[in-house]
Design a protein around this ligand. Structure first.
Ligand SMILES: Cc1ncc(COP(=O)(O)O)c(C=O)c1O
Length: 366
């Protein structure tokens, strides 16, 4: 293969293959022919690729992108913001394009929240009690605690409920903001519109990305509750100009195209009852996967909704053997370390799940 000028994003690219096109849940590749994509791109093609209704939106308003901040707004952005805020009981949101941007915007706003309280020196540390004490004794403030309710990239690892409610209590006592990173779990992937709502806690800031526009456009959002908005108001009362408080925002975000796609995705999820279907299909897949539970190379199978991880003996086995053999048999997977991820589009059928499980059971040593 000709040497690529694309810098590695996530480890070695020696096994990189060329995806020529995608249609529904299938990708057409130069090296492996047509493959069923068991990871929905990277977990975001929740309705499959080139979805007809989304392509229709693109045909009608694709390429329309006016700026969002200060002077502009647009009806699609307003409606999508309203719709997501209602579904999460949050007060406002800020558009961006990727999960990283959404989380970075969350971090900035958490720091600002403490500026509003008159604190000047801020430092974010991933806190538990000792770190809070350490920060305090050094005259520093912890602005926020980021948590992912189910760690996707670690291989679908849920946070124990006691841990997250314990952390939430410590945060409450110490006035530390709770920031939920639901870039992976949000918009239905884990079987609920957003997953942090299923614990008995409420995040102050909430981040979504990936699934919002079903892979048809980069869209992400950072949502804020009233506590954050009060802090902005306090800054304004102190005479700080609005333009200094809200000096943020990213280019080509909140666009007509991205937001119209986001609205259509929400409509389809609701109309076709797809989040409920994610729950059902997830349970079905876990039930079917029981047949490989006893394989000597399988450590654990875990999952919530369609965020499923099959934890096996080693990353070498996952990458060099299982992935290669799965692709030879027509299924694309992208393991996270030693965890084979099964994060397909929400529209996956029971037959497609059966095919995935049967193929995996053939290629896994046992
Ligand atoms: C939990 C979580 N947060 C943030 C990100 C970053 O999102 P993006 O790749 O869209 O920047 C990811 C990406 O996988 C993620 O899984």
């Amino acid at each position: 293969m000709q040497k690529s000028r694309i810098s590695p994003q996530f480890g070695s690219r020696e096994h990189a293959f060329t995806v020529l096109s995608g249609e529904g849940m299938m990708i057409s590749t130069k090296e492996h022919g047509t493959l069923f994509d068991a990871v929905a791109g990277y977990w975001y093609n929740i309705l499959g690729m080139r979805h007809p209704e989304l392509l229709d939106i693109k045909r009608k308003i694709g390429g329309t992108a006016t700026h969002l901040y200060e002077e502009y707004t647009n009806p699609f952005a307003e409606e999508l913001a309203e719709s997501i805020c209602q579904r999460t009981s949050m007060s406002q949101l800020l558009f961006s394009a990727t999960g990283s941007m959404a989380c970075e915007n969350a971090r900035k706003e958490a720091v600002k929240y403490f500026q509003a309280k008159g604190k000047t020196e801020e430092e974010l540390v991933f806190a538990i009690k000792q770190k809070i004490e350490l920060a305090k004794s050094n005259g520093k403030t912890i602005a926020g605690f980021f948590y992912e309710p189910i760690m996707g990239v670690r291989g679908s690892v849920p946070l124990p409920e006691k841990y997250i409610t314990g952390i939430a209590e410590i945060c409450r006592q110490n006035d530390i903001l709770l920031i939920a990173d639901e870039v992976t779990t949000g918009i239905g992937r884990a079987g609920k519109f957003f997953y942090s709502g299923s614990f008995n806690i409420k995040p102050d800031i909430l981040c979504f990305g990936k699934a919002i526009s079903a892979g048809h456009y980069p869209v992400a959002v950072t949502l804020f509750n009233e506590k954050i908005i009060d802090a902005w108001n306090k800054l304004e009362e102190r005479g700080i100009p609005y333009s200094k408080i809200h000096r943020r925002g990213n280019s080509i975000t909140g666009t007509q195209e991205g937001c119209a796609l986001g609205l259509k995705v929400l409509e389809i999820l609701e109309r076709d009852n797809l989040i409920e279907q994610v729950n059902e299909r997830g349970k079905y897949a876990l039930e079917k996967l029981k047949k490989i539970e006893k394989y000597s190379d399988v450590r654990e199978i875990r999952g919530t909704g369609l965020l499923i991880g099959i934890d096996i003996a080693s990353s070498d086995l996952a990458k060099k053997t299982v992935t290669v053999k799965m692709r030879e048999r027509g299924i694309n997977i992208l393991p996270e370390g030693r965890v084979i991820m099964f994060n397909p589009a929400y529209v996956i059928s029971e037959e497609q799940i059966d095919n995935f499980v049967n193929t995996l059971s053939e290629v896994l040593p046992h």
